[in-house]
Design a protein around this ligand. Structure first.
Ligand code: FES
Length: 586
């Protein structure tokens, strides 16, 4: 690779040919403010439409200022990032941007986390010199994502994510000239579009144009209600990310302090979604085993590959785009919904409380989980299994409101028995984890032996698609892991055209899996943060004494006492679900 030598603010910088001025400067520790630009090389995300012009710099010999995010470096180039001309231009650009931006920061969904707000602070903007015309759009609420198009700054990050990475194309530039805005076609509510609620648009939006639909008020009301028991379940990806909201490095396991903080907030019992993840594996591995054995017997019509079903955005993607593949989806509910079903059916029985008096809340790294909890099939007589879900960010905000400093908490353990889990459940939160957990258990069941090496490293990492061939007592399985819905679409097309064959496929909608979910603390394009969270979960798995779901004694007791065999009638009533053809949003 040819290396280029240039000077930025007088400092000698060496970077590979093709690097932009912005990236060369950032790498050399020279900060250039930028807004529309965002890149996560590891997962192929790049938004470089150069629409904001905040990143302009001066290049010696060039008559005009240039956007550093799209201008490649050249040999002997001399760049100045902070001349009076550059600073004036940036300030004017920012003032113009603010001139037609709503000034209701105090009640904005991204207040305190808005990149535009941070720029206004750093530039010391105190007055509005220009008067712009604000475009006015009504706020649009959906169960998972709220859109405030009036706040859109046309950076197009969401559009790039939705179209290029997720392959959904729901958000796009509409209208012309001054009125152009990123919106849905015909300004439809997201629920009336093919939106999967993955929320990756929320994860990259720099301002308050897209944010999660807030459920914290509802939770506060429930916690105050003396007639309700309010319990909580915590997803694996939350524990390695919530610390970031309190200044802790990404990937640090905050479980013991988080449990205490949740008790302090007022929950009657604090449980672990991981318990339900172990149950998921018992059911899903049974499904896979039965289908693989049926295929080996030569039975006709066996639906393979079996796709995992834990990710609600992926499920909605299939229902909207590939309803013909519904029977290939594992019918096992997601851990969130299994937990809800078990707690409302059995925990209520043990505690002698009525189903209607139990509120089950989930803390999730994801906006699509809000949508999943609201699906009609997950309710009995109008009472949902999971009443509602709140994101990692919402929980962090609540802790701060209540003066609960996570770092100051004592260490405590989850309540029993719905708080016990194995390492297999922890890795559910990262790409490749669900399939790896299923294979650990499946191996034991097929071989009747103990698996010596539990680490399927071929399934790990962040490559878009990872493929592994696994052999158990002569049975060969070809499996794949894919993250990102656009990549899943490509893989499905390859399978449909006969180019590829697999027995099992894990799909997670978000890059990196749930650790990169839309409800997590904002990573602002730094994928290293997502990687560290994934490593954190892997570390918890390594540290656990039990690392296979079939070793979870509390789960096995649940089967002995209430369910019986996996995949039987009781299991199907409680732990399995069905899917719909949602083409044309039926
Ligand atoms: Fe370069 Fe927006 S960050 S033009």
């Amino acid at each position: 690779m040819k290396m280029i030598r240039l000077r930025i603010d007088g400092k000698l910088v060496v970077a590979p040919e093709g690097t932009t001025i912005l990236n060369a400067a950032l790498k050399a520790g020279i900060y250039i403010p930028h807004l529309c630009y965002m890149e996560m090389k590891e997962v192929g995300y790049k938004n470089d439409c150069a629409s904001c012009r905040i990143c302009v710099v001066q290049v010696k010999g060039m008559s005009r200022l240039v956007p550093s995010c799209t201008t490649p470096i050249k040999e002997k180039m001399e760049v100045i990032t902070n001349s009076p001309e550059v600073m004036h231009k940036r300030r004017v650009v920012l003032e113009l941007m603010l001139s037609d931006h709503p000034k209701d920061c105090l009640i904005c969904g991204k207040n305190g986390e808005c990149e535009l707000q941070k720029l206004a602070i750093s530039f010391g903007i105190r007055e509005m010199r220009f008067e712009g015309k604000e475009g006015r759009y009504d706020k649009q609420y959906s169960i998972a994502i709220t859109r405030d198009t009036t706040k859109c700054i046309m950076c197009r990050r969401c559009e790039t994510m939705c179209e290029n990475i997720q392959g959904c194309g729901i958000l796009t530039g509409v209208d012309r000239g001054f009125n152009v805005i990123v919106n849905t076609a015909f300004n439809r509510n997201l629920l009336e579009t093919d939106c999967t609620f993955c929320g990756q648009c929320v994860a990259v939006c720099p301002v308050g144009a897209l944010y999660e639909t807030d459920n914290t008020f509802r939770l506060v009301e429930d916690l105050m209600n003396p007639n309700k028991k309010v319990i909580v379940q915590v997803a694996p990806a939350v524990r390695v990310a919530i610390g970031e909201l309190f200044g802790v490095e990404p990937g640090i396991d905050m479980t013991p302090k988080l449990v205490t903080a949740l008790r302090k907030l007022g929950f009657d019992a604090v449980f672990d979604t991981n318990f339900a993840a172990d149950v998921t594996i018992i059911e899903e591995a049974t499904e896979l085993k039965e289908r693989v054995l049926s295929k080996l017997k030569g039975e006709k019509g066996v639906k393979l590959p079996l796709f995992t079903s834990c990710c609600p955005a992926w499920i909605r993607f299939v229902e909207l785009n590939y309803p013909e593949l519904r029977d290939n989806l594992s019918s096992t509910k997601s851990p969130q919904q299994i937990f809800g079903a078990i707690s409302k059916e059995f925990w209520t029985r043990e505690k002698e409380i009525e189903r209607k008096d139990l509120i089950c809340v989930s803390i999730m790294p994801c906006t699509a989980k809000k949508y999943e909890a609201s699906r009609e099939e997950f309710a009995i007589d109008g009472i949902p299994d999971v009443d509602y879900s709140i994101t990692t960010r919402e929980l962090g905000r609540l802790f701060k409101q209540y003066n609960i400093d996570l770092l100051e908490m004592q260490d405590e353990e989850f309540d029993s028995p719905l708080g016990e889990s194995t390492g297999a459940a922890d890795i559910f939160g990262r790409t490749g984890g669900v399939l790896e957990a299923a294979i650990r258990t499946l191996y034991e069941w097929l071989s009747d032996g103990k698996l010596e090496d539990l680490d399927y490293v071929n399934l790990r990492g962040f490559q878009e698609v990872r493929v592994a061939e696994i052999e158990v007592t002569g049975i060969k399985l070809r499996v794949a892991v894919v993250h990102g819905l656009g990549a899943a679409r490509k893989l499905i097309e390859d399978i449909k055209s006969g180019k590829e064959y697999f027995d099992a496929i894990e799909v997670m909608a978000c890059k990196g899996g749930c650790v990169g979910g839309s409800g997590q603390p904002y990573h602002h394009g730094n994928f290293e943060i997502v990687k560290k969270r994934a490593e954190g979960l892997q570390d918890i798995d390594y540290r656990k004494e039990l690392r296979e779901s079939n070793e979870n004694e509390s789960v096995m007791k649940l089967y002995d006492r209430y369910i019986g065999e996996a995949n039987n009638e009781v299991a199907h009533r409680l732990l399995h679900t069905h899917y719909f053809d949602r083409k044309n949003h039926k």
